[in-house]
Design a protein around this ligand. Structure first.
Ligand SMILES: [Zn+2]
Ligand SMILES: [Zn+2]
Length: 362
């Protein structure tokens, strides 16, 4: 099967023909229908985060079950599924404590060391899977606990977006921060994740939702998603001041959806007394975040969010219902649909800041 492989860091993706194994115990073989281009793959392609090579990139996919391995009871061939990288074991303290997105036992849902690899080249070289999914490929072989069944009315080239970006942003607002009705929110960064956080804040009933970005086109999209106000960061050197002015002193909830220490600082500084800043973006591992200590006396909080604190097997079907009844906007987030061969061009468009989300269809 064809897949987009990262062979060096930094580097572009190379389309290769790979061998995919039969599903082992607990595993499911999928035919991929749609795959979203998420920013975190780009971080690996740019070498900001290290990984074992070669690796099939992509982790935002939806498809149809082809075959299941021994012991799989959750899905059967023909089922429509969305993959999520929050693959849970279901028995570690994090999973049992209600936080399967933090599962601390990835071994339980991976092949054992020394077993034949899920993916390999024709010469036998093992090939890794991004986030244990590897979604930029015609087929995927994944653990059943990384999948959620979805209803067939849901188009899979839209459902894939919920697998990572939408769950991450929407969940950060609704689950991690728990945005309350009537409150004020600011989202820094109006890419796929930020737009999803804006939608989460809208569905949760926030009164004011301020979007901050450098791109006027993205700010326009943000307004369609539910932003009530926008701040064009290319036109001001005082984003924090503008947000405070719009809200009479600061927001109840801020979200950083870029992954830079400077914008994390802005997210914290723009809070009202008692406000909560949630960092969704992946800040490069060498970077530190500096805060002014006295602000903690105002009971401001700073917290992280991993994959929107999801419980994806319940969250994703709910989000699909919201899409089907018009409350969750996904079509409006997709600015381009491409083939697998154009994956590098798709990432170039993302780097140029031209698009919210690009979807690969197969
Ligand atoms: Zn992602
Ligand atoms: Zn677990």
């Amino acid at each position: 099967m064809k897949a987009a492989v990262l062979t060096e860091q930094p580097g572009e993706l190379v389309i290769e023909d790979l061998r995919i194994d039969k599903p082992g115990p607990g595993e499911v073989l999928l035919q991929v229908v749609g795959a979203g281009l998420c920013h975190s793959d780009l971080h690996f392609m740019e070498g900001l985060f290290r990984t074992h090579l070669p690796i099939v990139m992509g982790h935002e996919s939806a498809g149809i079950v082809q075959a299941v391995g021994e012991g799989v009871t959750y899905v059967e061939p023909g089922d429509h599924v969305v993959a999520c990288l929050s693959i849970f074991c279901g028995r570690c303290p994090q999973c049992l404590g209600g936080h399967p997105n933090r599962c601390a036992n990835p071994q339980a849902t991976s092949r054992t060391e020394g077993a034949s690899p899920r993916l390999s080249r024709s010469d036998g070289t093992p090939v890794q899977q991004m986030a244990r999914l590897g979604g930029f490929a015609e087929e995927m072989l994944v653990h059943e606990n990384g999948l959620v069944k979805v209803i067939e009315e849901m188009p899979l080239d839209r459902a894939c977006l919920i697998g990572c970006g939408v769950t991450t942003g929407f969940g950060a607002a609704v689950r991690t921060a728990g945005v309350q009705v009537g409150t004020t929110v600011c989202v820094i960064g109006a890419g796929g994740i930020g737009l999803s956080a804006i939608q989460g804040a809208r569905v949760a009933g926030a009164n004011k939702i301020i979007a901050v970005d450098l791109s006027p086109a993205k700010l326009e999209t943000a307004q369609k998603m539910g932003a009530t106000h926008v701040v064009d960061a290319s036109q001001t050197d005082d984003v924090v001041g503008e947000v405070k002015e719009l809200t009479g002193g600061g927001v109840d909830y801020s979200f950083e959806a870029i992954g830079r220490s400077a914008t994390v600082r802005q997210a914290f500084d723009m809070l009202a007394t008692g406000g909560v800043a949630t960092v969704i973006g992946m800040v490069p591992s060498k970077d530190e975040v500096t805060l002014r200590g006295i602000d903690f006396l105002q009971e401001k909080k700073l917290q992280g969010s991993m994959m929107g604190s999801n419980q994806f097997r319940t969250d994703i079907p709910r989000m699909i219902d919201m899409y089907l009844d018009g409350r969750l906007l996904l079509d409006e987030m997709v600015s381009a649909t491409i083939g697998l061969d154009a994956v590098n061009e798709g990432y170039q468009m993302m780097k140029n800041g031209e698009v919210a989300r690009t979807v690969i269809t197969f």
